[in-house]
Design a binder for this molecule. Structure first.
Ligand SMILES: O=C(O)CC1=CCC(=O)O1
Length: 229
């Protein structure tokens, strides 16, 4: 059964490689979606519709792994197309963005000062410890290829969306994986999200915003428990 990964805002699909390499089957086990450099529109529901078409093409339900904004997309796919999602893993996301660390500041900076320093700020605060320089360089190069319109559109749409009313309809087994050192998303966000999902395990690990890269063994274990349910 395939795993489909949806990275967060400004985050390259490469971010799933380390997890994929640790899964049985190796690097071809995570189909990572490059939704930010694909043509728009980029509202959450638009990206969810395009991810749904991609899963349809795979021909079987998938384990859907969504990170940050990608988690909001993944939950939307699970709510609107339950036939496509057998298991759902949501990493450092939330049901809504009320109280989110700095989405409004990011939105203002996208319009006023888009460029390398914003990319670096978003990237660096997504990890509790500094990234290896080669990977950081590649992730920044990816961010430089993302159209600012995509980031503006998706984050505005995520900011204005509250998934709470839809979460009770997501009946597939779910896991909320949360790095407790996240500077934008609190453990309370994760707990609230997990409480709204009918069949959900909450796993908190000592990482930043990107636990499936920062703590691969815990993520593999969480995925194994999820897929055994
Ligand atoms: O936390 C989220 O769901 C979305 C997000 C936007 C910028 C960021 O770092 O996270």
């Amino acid at each position: 059964m395939p795993v489909v990964g949806i990275p967060g805002t400004l985050c390259a699909p490469e971010i799933f490689d380390r997890l994929a390499a640790a899964l049985p089957g190796g690097s071809d086990t995570v189909d990572a979606v490059d939704w930010l450099t694909a043509p728009g529109p980029w509202r959450i529901e638009d990206v969810a519709a395009s991810v749904s078409r991609r899963i349809e093409a795979l021909g079987e339900p998938v384990t859907l792994l969504g990170h940050s904004t990608g988690g909001c997309v993944a939950a939307t796919v699970a709510a609107t197309r339950p036939d496509l999602v057998s298991h759902l893993l949501l990493a450092n996301t939330g049901a809504h963005m009320r109280g989110h660390g700095d989405v409004d500041r990011i939105l203002t900076t996208i319009t006023e000062d888009w460029g390398p320093s914003l990319h670096a700020a978003v990237l660096d605060r997504s990890f509790a410890t500094p990234l290896p320089s080669g990977l950081r360089t590649r992730l920044l190069a990816y961010a430089a290829r993302v159209p600012p319109a995509a980031v503006l559109e998706v984050l505005t749409s995520q900011r204005d969306l509250d998934l709470t009313p839809k979460l009770a309809s997501i009946t597939c087994p779910a896991t909320v994986l949360h790095g407790s050192h996240d500077r934008a998303r609190s453990v309370a966000d994760a707990r609230y999200l997990a409480e709204q999902l009918p069949d959900c395990e909450l796993t908190v690990v000592a990482t930043g915003h990107t636990p499936f890269w920062e703590d691969v063994p815990s993520t593999v274990a969480a995925l194994e428990r999820l897929r055994a349910r």
